[in-house]
Design a protein around this ligand. Sequence first.
Ligand code: UDP
Ligand code: MG
Length: 325
Amino acid sequence: MSRTIEQPSGLLSVVIPAYNEREMLGRAVEAITGVLKAAAIPHELIFVDDGSKDGTWEEICRAVEATRRAEHPASAVRGVRFSRNFGKESAIFAGLGEARGNCCAVMDCDLQHPPEALVDMYRLWQEGYQVIEGVKISRGKESRFHSFCAKVFYQLMGRATKMDMSRASDFKLLDRKAVDALLRLKEKNAFFRALSSWIGFETAQVEFEVQERQAGVSKWSFGGLVSYAFTNLTSFSAAPMQLVTVLGVIVLVCSMLLGVQSLYKKFTGQALEGFTTVIIIILFIGSILMICLGIIGYYIAQIYEEIKGRPRYIVADRCGDESEE
Ligand code: UDP
Ligand code: MG
């Protein structure tokens, strides 16, 4: 692969998933268009309203109208509205599907991803890189417990994907080829952050400092994060299934040792005691079996989810699309 071909200044589509971000929307439009106009990068913003209930959609439509009136040829705002909350990953993929740019960036609506970094990413794209990843210098303000959990998750994830994910984020800029490759993936349970590395291509990184959220609240609860982590881990790796085999072997070895001990006691005529051992063993094996069934069940549930072939999201409304008018 060579990176010698310099791209002309192509259209940049910025995909922004938004869920209950009414307060941030206007600021996001202003900040992002401000930076991109100053750098003379032709762009379009695509907001994906992930079933918000706080009037985010009205704000998006207002932003669409406002940019249309301003008639700035180099910028446009469009909006897609989901029929309900389908999750950030679905919103990202919907936005990428809508994008018409020669390259597409994905960023959060809460401006925790600094828009200035978009310019560096775009320049790298012009140099010929096809996947430009935003990597976190620091993880911003988080509780210790949260960063510990994130660390464990990313280590497991890193092993599953064979990529270093510890500083990965959803802030990326992808060439049209990479976007098309991603959109061709059929899996419903798509984990954007890992898949965008998985597809390969010539990759560069741009470091950024995670900003503080200016308004609104984070959409993640602890339970939500745990289930998100487990879903993504199992969608990328069969390692938890192999854990079942490992547990089986451990239990087998333990039971062989205990078996030898019991036989020895029987033949030396001291076999009466030992009910405690029996109880412990039954409980132990019982719980291991349950855990293993749970893990296998989880994969079956995922297969079931995928095989139903339902769409990743349902679009209820659009605005700012000229083809409608
Ligand atoms: N988001 C979304 N759907 C969801 C949850 C979040 O589209 O179900 C969007 C949200 O509007 C924001 C981005 O994903 O633009 C990141 O969310 P948030 O800031 O809550 O996550 P954090 O930064 O705390 O990880
Ligand atoms: Mg955030």
